[in-house]
Design a protein around this ligand. Structure first.
Ligand code: V47
Length: 393
């Protein structure tokens, strides 16, 4: 590390203290700065200024109603291009309803729905998914359909983004997840996801959603063929839309998983790359309140450490995750509430159960939790065999 590098970091630190937006060059510098802990500690300062020592989680589960998908994303292990291909499935509305009915009695507050782009079903199949779930639990929050899906619905069923979103909202849509953003740079999209919504279309869907009063999340898929400049450029485009609308709640960096897809020869991003990406994301996106480490994807150990690198949210209990497990994630497919709280406590943070819109539902006071005698007495985590007793939820 040269004296010039240290001086440059001090300049960036001063900008962060003043709340001044960082530039593309600042972001790339932070990615390359050799002292990871210095970058992490700066991100941690900002994290604590915005979110104190709280780490948020929620009680949710996923439904992936179909994996039939017209898009040909190179990194995807989940999609099957045609109905009838091995492992292709499309759930009936009854099957979708049943996913919630079988969890009646669990304190779930959110369902996260992501599908493939399946044009062989009527538009009503998409809207009715929301309706049947709301019939079972009118109070459940439906975080559903990525911007890529909304763009596809508009094209395929001949509607504007606004019409699609309004019809989905009428049917029960409460907010949108952040998927499908990948990397905005055209060069990368041509290589990894050439036939789905472009960067501008992705951003325009979220702009429209925010105008209609929906909150949404945003993601970045990192570790495929992008450069560090392209990662930071991605963050800057999100920041610009956030300046305009204020509608993003959370930024979620998603580390590439190589199993079972056509980019399988690429190495998986390391834990250090993930930590750096959380930290740089926190620092570049000072106007987005939360940074989420999706524990399913990075593993429990990194999720704990990430809470000192800018992260203040771990997503939720999840249950039945498919997209990452088909791409080789070796995390459990679900976590208990107690398990998540322990993960957060051990990282020295205060666990806060939130709803999807970050309203507080419960805050840890350090008292005993069901299923956990004491942190010292409990066994260390083991990843693969940590199957969860859903009855403890
Ligand atoms: O859009 C797909 C990514 C996303 C792979 O909004 C992959 O709260 C890595 O967006 N390796 C879907 N990533 C998941 C998603 C998400 C997850 C958790 C919370 C929220 C939220 C959103 O997963 C896709 C794509 O970017 N993805 N395949 C893969 N092999």
């Amino acid at each position: 590390m040269t004296a010039t590098d240290s001086a440059r970091l001090s300049t960036i630190r001063a900008k962060v203290h003043e709340g001044e937006p960082l530039t593309l060059e600042d972001g790339v510098f932070l990615y390359r700065y050799p002292d990871l802990l210095a970058v992490g500690s700066l991100a941690n300062e900002l994290r604590e200024r915005i979110n104190g020592d709280r780490t948020y989680f929620n009680i949710n589960f996923h439904i992936n109603p179909t994996n039939v998908c017209e898009a040909d994303c190179q990194f995807c292990s989940f999609a099957r291009l045609q109905p009838g291909m091995p492992q292709a499935y499309t759930m009936s509305l009854d099957e979708i309803r049943h996913k919630l009915v079988e969890r009646q009695g669990q304190p779930v507050t959110e369902i996260h729905i992501v599908s493939g782009l399946h044009g062989g079903v009527p538009w009503s199949w998409y809207t009715d998914q929301l309706r049947v779930l709301k019939q079972v639990r009118p109070d459940i929050h439906l975080k559903a359909f990525t911007a890529v899906e909304i763009h596809f619905f508009a094209q395929h069923y001949g509607k504007s983004y606004e019409e699609v979103l309004r019809e989905l909202m009428d049917a029960g849509l409460d907010s949108m997840p952040g998927g499908g953003a990948e990397i905005f740079a055209e060069r990368v999209r041509r290589k990894i996801c050439r036939d789905k919504a472009s960067a501008d279309q992705w951003l325009q869907v979220h702009r429209t959603a925010h105008r209609l009063g929906l909150r949404s999340n945003c993601t970045m898929l990192f570790g495929t063929v992008e450069t560090l400049e392209e990662r930071v450029d991605h963050m800057l485009r999100l920041r610009a839309l956030q300046d305009e609308t204020g509608g993003f709640q959370t930024f979620i960096p998603l580390a590439f998983h190589p199993d079972g897809n056509r980019l399988g020869k690429l190495p998986r991003p390391t834990g250090i790359d993930s930590l750096r990406t959380y930290a740089v994301g926190r620092l570049m996106l000072h106007n987005i309140p939360h940074i989420k480490a999706y524990w399913i994807m990075i593993g429990l150990d990194t999720a704990q450490i990430a809470q000192s690198f800018g992260v203040d949210d771990l997503d939720g209990t999840v249950q039945e995750e498919k997209i990452y497990h088909m791409a080789g994630a070796d995390t459990p497919q679900a976590m208990t509430r107690s398990g998540l709280i322990r993960l957060i406590r051990e990282a020295g943070r205060t666990a806060v159960e939130r709803d999807t819109l970050y309203n507080l539902r419960w805050q840890d006071d350090g008292g005993p939790l069901p299923g956990i005698r004491s942190l010292e007495a409990s066994m260390p985590y083991s990843r693969r065999d940590q199957r969860v007793e859903l009855s403890v939820l």
